[in-house]
Design a protein around this ligand. Structure first.
Ligand SMILES: *Cc1c(COP(=O)(O)O)cnc(C)c1O
Length: 365
């Protein structure tokens, strides 16, 4: 019945990640109109589960876009044209969000550290002493470098700046580690479906505080598709301004149930265990974590190619075994490799991967 290709390649790449068959199947429900009561019921029953997984009482909006759309939405709505936004940059994704702010005409300042390093709370504190900002934007888990930034430290610093909104990209860590949105005073926290959520690509979510909507009212040109005030107006009615990806919502609804059934704490612990396993394997095989000590990501490991192996050849070998990892991102290509251990990946899957990688390395000499 299913046209699914039997040549399954299990993805250990950091997006899109491996999606379970149950989730693929959940998408196959009959279509419903998005102005129907069935749709409002679907939207409405996802809300408390989204709030629980985001650790927030704020509404969680649904975006028919990948994560980049929420960057654009947050940059446009949370920053007034005459004000400034501060971006904390430590890799490819945090760098790109700063560009999104600039492309939308916002005045963006940047604190940039070398790739592989985390941005420290003291650096943020220093910058805020010299300049007022409408918002600080950061990436909690920098997927290019495998760095988990100390955002609870940023939260501490930002307590002294109530007019500065705190925008956090949690795309590759949501539901893989605790992102304590309300306790950390996060005003926008976003994720998209194809990373730690372990769904097919095409949809994103953002927990948004009332302070952001207040700010948005002071921004005359917020665009159309990603205007948070318009999204909120429809959210009140368990609806979206334009046509949402209903099939993906079926999958998300199912995945939220499964995540809560596993238990969030158990899920976080599983991710920590897989990250430790990966670093232990790497050190044993003669590789080193690229990320700064003390700031290793629980969901993706970027490993320095200390042995100078041919990563493309490794991946070709793995593909023959039905698996794929990722080469380094952008300027790190060839210099690092990335192994994602997020979503529904289990320790046993990693054991199979590491056995195959050991086999390749033994053959290489
Ligand atoms: C993948 C990713 C994004 C968004 O990319 P999309 O392709 O737009 O979903 C944003 N931030 C991080 C940290 C990511 O890993």
């Amino acid at each position: 019945m299913s046209p699914r290709n039997p040549q399954h390649v299990r993805l250990f790449i950091p997006g899109p990640v491996e999606v379970r068959e149950e989730i693929l199947d959940a998408q196959a429900g009959w279509m419903i109109g998005h102005r129907s009561s069935e749709f409002a019921a679907l939207y409405g029953r996802m809300q408390p589960k989204l709030q629980q997984t985001f650790f927030t009482q704020h509404p969680v909006y649904l975006y028919t876009s990948s994560g980049t759309g929420v960057w654009e939405s947050a940059s446009r709505c949370a920053v007034r044209d005459e004000a400034r936004v501060l971006h904390l940059v430590c890799g490819a994704f945090s760098e790109r969000w700063a560009e999104v702010s600039q492309f939308n005409g916002k005045q963006a300042d940047v604190i940039a550290v070398e790739w592989g390093q985390a941005v420290k709370p003291e650096q943020l504190a220093d910058a805020l002493r010299g300049q007022a900002y409408d918002a600080v934007a950061c990436v909690m888990n920098e997927t290019s470098t495998g760095v988990r930034n100390p955002i609870e430290g940023y939260a501490e610093v930002l307590r002294d700046y109530p007019d500065t909104l705190f925008l956090v990209d949690a795309v590759s860590i949501y539901a893989g580690a605790k992102v304590d949105v309300d306790n950390w005073g996060i005003d926008v926290c976003l994720t998209s479906t194809q990373k730690a959520f372990a769904l097919p690509p095409g949809m994103a979510f953002a927990a948004v505080s009332p302070a952001v909507l207040e700010r948005a009212r002071q921004v005359p040109h917020r665009g159309y598709y990603f205007d948070m005030l318009e999204i909120d107006r429809h959210h009140q009615k368990n609806n979206t301004p334009a046509t949402p990806p209903v099939s993906l919502m079926y999958a998300a609804d199912r995945q939220l149930d499964d995540m809560l059934a596993e238990g969030l704490e158990a899920r976080f612990a599983r991710h920590e265990r897989m990250a430790t396993m990966t670093r232990t394997w790497a050190r044993g095989a003669g590789f080193a974590p690229f990320s700064e000590e003390g700031y290793h990501s629980p969901t993706v490991s970027t490993l320095t190619n200390t042995r100078g192996i041919d990563i493309a050849a490794l991946n070709a070998f793995l593909r023959g075994r039905g698996m794929a990892i990722s080469n380094g991102y952008g300027k790190l290509k060839g210099k690092t490799m990335r192994i994602a251990h997020m979503g529904d990946t289990q320790p046993e899957h990693l054991e199979v991967l590491f056995a195959a990688m050991d086999e390749f390395l033994a053959k290489e000499g």
